[in-house]
Design a protein around this ligand. Structure first.
Ligand code: PGA
Length: 256
């Protein structure tokens, strides 16, 4: 059975003391007996320190929020997958809609980043999702199919098993309007079916598909209880330790 995964995407928030305080509290309020995989995705400068803080915990790991599509070299200001791996990151969020929108990341760039992460033994958390206009036009299933096809389907079977997919409808991110359980399940099932068609049932049965977009302590249980929803990619609510841990607990109940 797939175990739930809860990722806290801090985005560009929290100063250093606040970040350390948040990790301390999450550590205090959770324990290694929990089966849920907890993933913290702080800004780059905090990754090493957060990694040190959670080192003795078996169920908390650290992710980066982005990496370069380049291997290494003269790319001032960029951070490579190899660098992230060398400081203890285990996952990287790739293709978040904020990266696609504000930093012009195309499907091709996203596909390259997926490759860089896998080459460096990092697991990509591959984000996909439609805009409001695309959903209003009834095109959400096609939009996500194209994103998956261009961003992930260049991989082989050995590579795809290391990918985590996150469905994040753009209209739900940071808006307080989450997808309903029905909308989430429909899309997650669609994603799993596409993966099945491309890579086979063994891969699609085991791949984790997370939901992201205004997840909070109130709606988490309902969304996570959908058959094809394997946890959450949480933004705003991951900045408040007590609420983030409530979300982890909602996932944990479904693991039992
Ligand atoms: P949100 O963000 O939970 O604040 O909506 C989710 C995300 O962008 O990963």
């Amino acid at each position: 059975m797939r175990k739930k995964i809860i990722v806290g995407n801090w985005k560009m928030n929290l100063d250093y003391p606040q970040a350390m305080g948040l990790v301390d509290r999450v550590i205090q309020l959770t324990d290694d007996a929990m089966k849920t995989q907890i993933v913290l995705a702080p800004p780059f400068p905090y990754i090493s320190e957060v990694e040190l803080q959670v080192m003795l915990r078996t169920n908390i790991i650290v992710a980066a929020q982005n990496c370069s599509d380049k291997d290494k070299g003269a790319f001032t200001g960029e951070v490579s997958a190899a660098i992230l791996r060398s400081i203890g990151a285990e996952m990287v969020i790739i293709g978040h809609s904020e990266r696609r929108t504000y930093f012009n990341e195309t499907d091709d760039v996203v596909a390259e980043k997926v490759k860089r992460t896998l080459e460096n033994n990092l697991k990509p958390i591959f984000c996909c999702g439609e805009t409001k206009e695309q959903r209003d036009g009834g095109n959400q299933l096609d939009v996500v199919k194209t994103q998956l096809t261009k961003g992930l389907f260049h991989l082989n079977k050995e590579q795809i098993v290391n990918v985590i997919v996150a469905y994040e409808p753009v209209w739900a991110i940071g808006t307080g309007v989450n997808a309903t359980a029905k909308q989430a399940q429909e899309m997650h099932q669609h994603i799993r079916n596409l993966i099945k068609d491309k890579f086979g049932a063994n891969v699609s049965d085991n791949i984790s598909i997370l939901y992201g977009g205004s997840v909070n302590a109130k709606n988490a249980a309902q969304i996570f209880s959908c058959k094809d929803v394997d946890g959450g990619l949480v933004g705003g609510a991951s900045l408040v330790a007590d609420e983030f841990v409530e979300i982890i607990k909602a996932a944990e109940l479904l693991n039992c």
